[in-house]
Design a protein around this ligand. Structure first.
Ligand code: SF4
Length: 366
Protein backbone atom coordinates (compact mmCIF):
# COMPACT_ATOMS: atom_id res chain seq x y z
CA UNK A 1 0.00 0.00 0.00
CA UNK A 2 1.20 3.57 -0.61
CA UNK A 3 2.21 5.59 2.45
CA UNK A 4 -0.54 7.37 4.35
CA UNK A 5 -1.25 10.84 3.09
CA UNK A 6 0.49 13.39 5.24
CA UNK A 7 -1.80 15.76 7.15
CA UNK A 8 -1.63 18.06 10.09
CA UNK A 9 -2.62 16.36 13.33
CA UNK A 10 -5.75 17.24 15.26
CA UNK A 11 -6.36 16.02 18.78
CA UNK A 12 -9.93 15.05 19.57
CA UNK A 13 -10.32 14.76 23.33
CA UNK A 14 -6.99 12.94 23.66
CA UNK A 15 -7.29 10.88 20.47
CA UNK A 16 -4.84 12.06 17.79
CA UNK A 17 -6.29 12.15 14.29
CA UNK A 18 -4.05 12.50 11.24
CA UNK A 19 -0.38 13.39 11.19
CA UNK A 20 0.63 9.73 11.19
CA UNK A 21 -1.59 8.68 14.12
CA UNK A 22 -3.22 5.25 13.96
CA UNK A 23 -6.51 5.32 12.06
CA UNK A 24 -9.23 5.69 14.68
CA UNK A 25 -12.61 4.03 14.59
CA UNK A 26 -15.73 5.89 15.56
CA UNK A 27 -19.45 5.43 15.80
CA UNK A 28 -22.56 7.36 16.66
CA UNK A 29 -25.27 6.68 19.21
CA UNK A 30 -28.75 6.25 17.79
CA UNK A 31 -30.69 6.61 21.02
CA UNK A 32 -32.47 9.85 21.84
CA UNK A 33 -29.75 11.98 23.40
CA UNK A 34 -32.36 13.15 25.90
CA UNK A 35 -32.62 9.53 27.07
CA UNK A 36 -29.44 9.69 29.11
CA UNK A 37 -29.72 6.14 30.47
CA UNK A 38 -30.17 4.56 27.04
CA UNK A 39 -27.40 6.67 25.53
CA UNK A 40 -25.00 5.83 28.35
CA UNK A 41 -25.79 2.16 27.96
CA UNK A 42 -25.05 2.35 24.22
CA UNK A 43 -21.85 4.30 24.85
CA UNK A 44 -20.64 1.56 27.21
CA UNK A 45 -21.39 -1.09 24.57
CA UNK A 46 -19.58 0.93 21.88
CA UNK A 47 -16.53 1.37 24.12
CA UNK A 48 -16.54 -2.33 24.85
CA UNK A 49 -16.36 -3.02 21.11
CA UNK A 50 -13.36 -0.74 20.64
CA UNK A 51 -15.01 2.56 19.65
CA UNK A 52 -12.50 5.39 20.09
CA UNK A 53 -14.60 8.45 19.27
CA UNK A 54 -18.32 8.64 20.06
CA UNK A 55 -20.74 11.05 18.48
CA UNK A 56 -24.22 11.95 19.61
CA UNK A 57 -26.66 14.23 17.86
CA UNK A 58 -27.80 17.41 19.54
CA UNK A 59 -31.01 18.34 17.76
CA UNK A 60 -32.55 20.68 20.36
CA UNK A 61 -32.01 22.57 23.61
CA UNK A 62 -33.08 19.64 25.76
CA UNK A 63 -30.37 17.53 24.09
CA UNK A 64 -27.73 20.13 25.01
CA UNK A 65 -28.53 19.59 28.69
CA UNK A 66 -28.54 15.82 28.25
CA UNK A 67 -25.26 15.97 26.32
CA UNK A 68 -23.70 17.76 29.29
CA UNK A 69 -25.05 15.13 31.68
CA UNK A 70 -23.78 12.30 29.44
CA UNK A 71 -20.31 13.81 29.21
CA UNK A 72 -20.05 14.23 32.96
CA UNK A 73 -21.35 10.69 33.57
CA UNK A 74 -18.79 9.33 31.13
CA UNK A 75 -16.04 11.04 33.07
CA UNK A 76 -17.42 9.82 36.40
CA UNK A 77 -17.39 6.27 35.00
CA UNK A 78 -13.84 6.63 33.74
CA UNK A 79 -14.88 6.61 30.06
CA UNK A 80 -12.27 8.86 28.53
CA UNK A 81 -13.29 8.45 24.87
CA UNK A 82 -14.15 11.80 23.31
CA UNK A 83 -17.80 12.73 22.91
CA UNK A 84 -18.60 14.67 19.74
CA UNK A 85 -21.70 16.82 19.28
CA UNK A 86 -23.40 16.40 15.92
CA UNK A 87 -25.11 19.65 14.96
CA UNK A 88 -27.32 20.67 12.08
CA UNK A 89 -29.05 23.94 11.19
CA UNK A 90 -28.94 25.77 14.55
CA UNK A 91 -25.61 27.30 15.51
CA UNK A 92 -26.88 28.02 19.04
CA UNK A 93 -26.91 24.27 19.66
CA UNK A 94 -23.25 24.12 18.66
CA UNK A 95 -22.47 26.96 21.06
CA UNK A 96 -24.43 25.14 23.77
CA UNK A 97 -22.60 21.86 23.10
CA UNK A 98 -19.23 23.63 23.32
CA UNK A 99 -20.22 24.93 26.75
CA UNK A 100 -21.58 21.48 27.67
CA UNK A 101 -18.13 19.91 27.32
CA UNK A 102 -18.12 18.56 23.76
CA UNK A 103 -14.72 17.25 22.68
CA UNK A 104 -15.43 18.15 19.07
CA UNK A 105 -18.21 19.74 17.09
CA UNK A 106 -19.31 18.20 13.84
CA UNK A 107 -21.30 20.56 11.69
CA UNK A 108 -21.71 21.67 8.11
CA UNK A 109 -20.94 25.40 7.86
CA UNK A 110 -23.06 25.43 4.72
CA UNK A 111 -26.34 24.48 6.36
CA UNK A 112 -26.24 26.58 9.49
CA UNK A 113 -27.42 29.90 8.07
CA UNK A 114 -25.32 32.95 7.14
CA UNK A 115 -21.52 32.45 7.33
CA UNK A 116 -21.36 34.67 10.44
CA UNK A 117 -22.99 31.85 12.40
CA UNK A 118 -20.37 29.32 11.40
CA UNK A 119 -17.74 31.91 12.28
CA UNK A 120 -19.31 32.37 15.72
CA UNK A 121 -19.16 28.60 16.31
CA UNK A 122 -15.57 28.41 15.06
CA UNK A 123 -14.50 31.28 17.31
CA UNK A 124 -16.15 29.72 20.38
CA UNK A 125 -14.58 26.32 19.60
CA UNK A 126 -11.18 27.88 19.02
CA UNK A 127 -11.36 29.75 22.32
CA UNK A 128 -12.10 26.48 24.10
CA UNK A 129 -9.47 24.53 22.14
CA UNK A 130 -12.10 22.25 20.61
CA UNK A 131 -11.64 20.84 17.10
CA UNK A 132 -14.34 20.92 14.48
CA UNK A 133 -15.27 18.46 11.80
CA UNK A 134 -16.56 20.14 8.70
CA UNK A 135 -18.98 17.38 7.79
CA UNK A 136 -20.61 17.71 4.40
CA UNK A 137 -23.08 15.14 3.11
CA UNK A 138 -24.49 14.86 -0.41
CA UNK A 139 -27.99 15.01 1.05
CA UNK A 140 -27.44 18.35 2.77
CA UNK A 141 -25.15 20.28 0.45
CA UNK A 142 -24.82 24.03 0.78
CA UNK A 143 -27.37 25.64 -1.56
CA UNK A 144 -24.69 27.28 -3.67
CA UNK A 145 -23.06 23.89 -4.30
CA UNK A 146 -26.15 21.88 -5.12
CA UNK A 147 -26.38 20.55 -8.67
CA UNK A 148 -29.14 22.24 -10.63
CA UNK A 149 -30.94 19.20 -12.01
CA UNK A 150 -30.58 15.55 -12.89
CA UNK A 151 -29.49 16.16 -16.47
CA UNK A 152 -25.81 16.67 -15.72
CA UNK A 153 -23.54 14.77 -18.12
CA UNK A 154 -21.44 13.12 -15.48
CA UNK A 155 -23.43 13.55 -12.33
CA UNK A 156 -21.16 11.48 -10.09
CA UNK A 157 -18.08 13.52 -11.01
CA UNK A 158 -20.00 16.77 -10.61
CA UNK A 159 -21.44 15.69 -7.27
CA UNK A 160 -18.02 14.66 -5.95
CA UNK A 161 -16.65 18.04 -7.02
CA UNK A 162 -19.57 19.82 -5.36
CA UNK A 163 -19.05 17.87 -2.11
CA UNK A 164 -15.36 18.67 -2.03
CA UNK A 165 -15.97 22.33 -2.90
CA UNK A 166 -18.60 22.64 -0.22
CA UNK A 167 -16.29 21.11 2.39
CA UNK A 168 -13.35 23.28 1.29
CA UNK A 169 -15.55 26.36 1.47
CA UNK A 170 -16.30 25.46 5.11
CA UNK A 171 -12.62 24.87 5.86
CA UNK A 172 -11.73 28.30 4.45
CA UNK A 173 -14.42 29.92 6.54
CA UNK A 174 -12.98 28.39 9.70
CA UNK A 175 -9.46 29.27 8.59
CA UNK A 176 -10.56 32.90 8.36
CA UNK A 177 -10.89 33.01 12.16
CA UNK A 178 -7.71 31.03 12.67
CA UNK A 179 -9.42 27.76 13.61
CA UNK A 180 -7.07 25.22 12.10
CA UNK A 181 -7.91 22.13 14.17
CA UNK A 182 -10.30 20.94 11.56
CA UNK A 183 -11.14 17.48 10.29
CA UNK A 184 -13.04 17.16 7.04
CA UNK A 185 -15.60 14.74 5.68
CA UNK A 186 -17.55 14.68 2.44
CA UNK A 187 -19.81 11.67 2.32
CA UNK A 188 -22.33 10.38 -0.15
CA UNK A 189 -24.43 7.23 -0.15
CA UNK A 190 -22.87 6.45 -3.53
CA UNK A 191 -19.55 4.65 -3.23
CA UNK A 192 -17.96 6.15 -6.40
CA UNK A 193 -19.03 9.67 -5.41
CA UNK A 194 -17.61 9.28 -1.89
CA UNK A 195 -14.33 7.89 -3.22
CA UNK A 196 -13.94 10.68 -5.75
CA UNK A 197 -14.85 13.42 -3.26
CA UNK A 198 -12.21 12.18 -0.81
CA UNK A 199 -9.59 11.90 -3.53
CA UNK A 200 -10.23 15.56 -4.36
CA UNK A 201 -9.99 16.57 -0.71
CA UNK A 202 -6.83 14.55 -0.24
CA UNK A 203 -5.23 16.47 -3.12
CA UNK A 204 -6.52 19.87 -2.21
CA UNK A 205 -6.14 20.25 1.56
CA UNK A 206 -3.88 19.09 4.38
CA UNK A 207 -6.60 18.47 6.94
CA UNK A 208 -7.12 15.00 8.38
CA UNK A 209 -10.02 13.23 6.69
CA UNK A 210 -12.89 11.45 8.38
CA UNK A 211 -13.91 9.03 5.67
CA UNK A 212 -17.09 7.07 5.18
CA UNK A 213 -19.97 6.16 2.92
CA UNK A 214 -23.02 7.73 4.49
CA UNK A 215 -26.45 6.13 4.76
CA UNK A 216 -24.83 2.99 3.42
CA UNK A 217 -27.85 0.84 4.24
CA UNK A 218 -28.72 -2.11 6.41
CA UNK A 219 -26.14 -4.54 7.74
CA UNK A 220 -25.22 -6.55 4.66
CA UNK A 221 -25.48 -3.89 1.94
CA UNK A 222 -24.06 -1.22 4.22
CA UNK A 223 -21.12 -3.37 5.22
CA UNK A 224 -20.33 -4.18 1.59
CA UNK A 225 -20.61 -0.54 0.44
CA UNK A 226 -18.50 0.63 3.37
CA UNK A 227 -15.89 -2.06 2.83
CA UNK A 228 -15.59 -1.18 -0.85
CA UNK A 229 -15.51 2.60 -0.35
CA UNK A 230 -13.31 2.65 2.71
CA UNK A 231 -11.16 -0.16 1.37
CA UNK A 232 -10.34 1.77 -1.80
CA UNK A 233 -9.56 4.97 0.09
CA UNK A 234 -7.53 3.36 2.86
CA UNK A 235 -5.56 1.35 0.33
CA UNK A 236 -4.67 4.64 -1.38
CA UNK A 237 -3.40 6.04 1.94
CA UNK A 238 -6.45 8.30 2.33
CA UNK A 239 -8.33 8.49 5.63
CA UNK A 240 -7.39 9.23 9.23
CA UNK A 241 -10.54 8.26 11.09
CA UNK A 242 -13.76 6.64 9.94
CA UNK A 243 -17.21 5.46 10.73
CA UNK A 244 -19.11 2.66 9.09
CA UNK A 245 -22.70 3.98 8.90
CA UNK A 246 -25.24 1.17 9.15
CA UNK A 247 -28.99 1.19 9.68
CA UNK A 248 -28.76 -1.11 12.69
CA UNK A 249 -27.40 -1.21 16.22
CA UNK A 250 -24.22 0.94 16.02
CA UNK A 251 -22.29 -1.75 17.88
CA UNK A 252 -22.44 -3.73 14.61
CA UNK A 253 -20.62 -0.86 12.88
CA UNK A 254 -17.52 -1.53 14.95
CA UNK A 255 -17.29 -5.18 13.97
CA UNK A 256 -17.44 -4.14 10.32
CA UNK A 257 -14.94 -1.32 10.88
CA UNK A 258 -12.36 -3.56 12.52
CA UNK A 259 -12.88 -6.20 9.85
CA UNK A 260 -12.10 -3.59 7.19
CA UNK A 261 -8.91 -2.56 8.97
CA UNK A 262 -7.95 -6.16 9.56
CA UNK A 263 -8.65 -7.16 5.93
CA UNK A 264 -6.23 -4.48 4.76
CA UNK A 265 -3.64 -5.51 7.31
CA UNK A 266 -3.79 -2.05 8.88
CA UNK A 267 -4.87 -2.99 12.37
CA UNK A 268 -6.11 -6.08 14.15
CA UNK A 269 -8.70 -6.34 16.87
CA UNK A 270 -10.55 -9.52 17.66
CA UNK A 271 -10.68 -12.83 15.87
CA UNK A 272 -10.28 -13.47 12.19
CA UNK A 273 -12.02 -16.68 11.15
CA UNK A 274 -10.75 -18.14 7.91
CA UNK A 275 -13.27 -20.66 6.60
CA UNK A 276 -13.45 -22.33 3.25
CA UNK A 277 -16.73 -22.00 1.34
CA UNK A 278 -16.98 -25.84 1.14
CA UNK A 279 -17.44 -27.90 -2.01
CA UNK A 280 -18.03 -31.53 -2.85
CA UNK A 281 -14.60 -32.41 -1.50
CA UNK A 282 -15.59 -31.27 1.99
CA UNK A 283 -15.19 -34.11 4.47
CA UNK A 284 -17.12 -32.73 7.45
CA UNK A 285 -20.22 -30.61 8.16
CA UNK A 286 -18.08 -27.49 8.05
CA UNK A 287 -20.45 -24.52 7.81
CA UNK A 288 -22.13 -25.01 11.23
CA UNK A 289 -18.69 -25.61 12.71
CA UNK A 290 -17.29 -22.39 11.22
CA UNK A 291 -20.36 -20.46 12.45
CA UNK A 292 -19.99 -21.94 15.94
CA UNK A 293 -16.30 -21.01 15.99
CA UNK A 294 -17.13 -17.45 14.92
CA UNK A 295 -19.73 -17.22 17.69
CA UNK A 296 -17.25 -18.62 20.16
CA UNK A 297 -14.74 -15.93 19.24
CA UNK A 298 -17.18 -13.04 19.25
CA UNK A 299 -16.09 -11.63 22.61
CA UNK A 300 -12.37 -12.08 21.98
CA UNK A 301 -10.70 -8.70 21.67
CA UNK A 302 -7.14 -9.66 20.93
CA UNK A 303 -6.02 -10.59 17.44
CA UNK A 304 -6.25 -14.30 16.69
CA UNK A 305 -6.50 -16.13 13.35
CA UNK A 306 -8.48 -19.35 13.34
CA UNK A 307 -8.87 -21.41 10.17
CA UNK A 308 -11.66 -23.93 9.66
CA UNK A 309 -11.02 -25.84 6.44
CA UNK A 310 -12.94 -28.66 4.80
CA UNK A 311 -10.36 -30.94 3.13
CA UNK A 312 -6.74 -31.58 2.31
CA UNK A 313 -6.66 -29.34 -0.78
CA UNK A 314 -6.18 -26.00 0.98
CA UNK A 315 -6.82 -27.12 4.56
CA UNK A 316 -3.35 -27.90 5.86
CA UNK A 317 -1.85 -24.82 4.22
CA UNK A 318 -4.38 -22.38 5.68
CA UNK A 319 -4.51 -24.14 9.05
CA UNK A 320 -0.72 -23.99 9.29
CA UNK A 321 -0.69 -20.21 8.55
CA UNK A 322 -3.30 -19.40 11.22
CA UNK A 323 -2.74 -19.26 14.97
CA UNK A 324 -5.10 -22.22 15.26
CA UNK A 325 -6.59 -24.26 12.48
CA UNK A 326 -8.57 -27.32 11.59
CA UNK A 327 -7.90 -29.20 8.39
CA UNK A 328 -10.66 -31.74 7.99
CA UNK A 329 -10.31 -35.28 6.74
CA UNK A 330 -12.99 -38.01 6.58
CA UNK A 331 -15.00 -37.61 9.81
CA UNK A 332 -12.09 -36.05 11.65
CA UNK A 333 -9.79 -33.06 11.64
CA UNK A 334 -6.17 -32.24 12.23
CA UNK A 335 -5.75 -29.48 14.77
CA UNK A 336 -2.91 -27.05 14.10
CA UNK A 337 -1.39 -24.58 16.51
CA UNK A 338 1.21 -22.05 15.36
CA UNK A 339 1.92 -24.12 12.27
CA UNK A 340 2.26 -27.50 13.99
CA UNK A 341 -0.19 -30.40 14.15
CA UNK A 342 -1.07 -30.85 17.82
CA UNK A 343 -3.98 -33.29 17.64
CA UNK A 344 -6.18 -35.49 15.48
CA UNK A 345 -9.80 -35.04 16.58
CA UNK A 346 -13.04 -36.88 15.64
CA UNK A 347 -15.54 -34.58 13.88
CA UNK A 348 -17.99 -34.57 16.83
CA UNK A 349 -15.29 -33.26 19.18
CA UNK A 350 -13.73 -30.63 16.93
CA UNK A 351 -15.59 -27.65 18.40
CA UNK A 352 -14.87 -28.62 22.00
CA UNK A 353 -11.20 -29.27 21.26
CA UNK A 354 -10.83 -26.05 19.31
CA UNK A 355 -12.53 -24.15 22.14
CA UNK A 356 -9.96 -25.53 24.58
CA UNK A 357 -7.11 -24.65 22.26
CA UNK A 358 -8.40 -21.08 21.84
CA UNK A 359 -8.63 -20.63 25.63
CA UNK A 360 -5.12 -22.04 26.08
CA UNK A 361 -3.70 -19.79 23.37
CA UNK A 362 -5.31 -16.67 24.80
CA UNK A 363 -4.22 -17.41 28.35
CA UNK A 364 -0.67 -18.18 27.18
CA UNK A 365 -0.53 -14.70 25.66
CA UNK A 366 -1.72 -12.86 28.76
S1 SF4 B 1 -10.69 -26.49 1.25
FE1 SF4 B 1 -11.40 -28.36 0.29
S2 SF4 B 1 -13.56 -28.48 0.88
FE2 SF4 B 1 -12.92 -26.40 1.23
S3 SF4 B 1 -13.51 -25.36 -0.66
FE3 SF4 B 1 -11.36 -25.91 -0.81
S4 SF4 B 1 -11.39 -27.87 -1.88
FE4 SF4 B 1 -13.47 -27.51 -1.14
Amino acid sequence: MPPRRSTRQVEVGGVPVGGGAAISVQSMTNTKTTDVEATMSQIRSLIDEGCQIIRSSVPDEASVASFKEIKSRMLREGITAPLVADIHFDHRLALGAIEAGADKIRFNPGNIGPPERAIEVATAAKNKGIPIRVGVNAGSLRKEHQLPDHSHDDRNTALARALADSALWGVELLDSVGHEDVIVSAKASSVPVSIEAYRLLANECDKPLHIGVTEAGTTLTGAVKSAVGLGVLLSEGIGDTFRVSLATDPVTELGVAFNILSSLGIRRRGANVIACPTCSRCDIDLIPLAEAVELELKGVKEPIDVAVMGCVVNGPGEAREADLGIAAGKGEGLLFKNGEIIDKVPEGELLVRLREAIAELISSRS
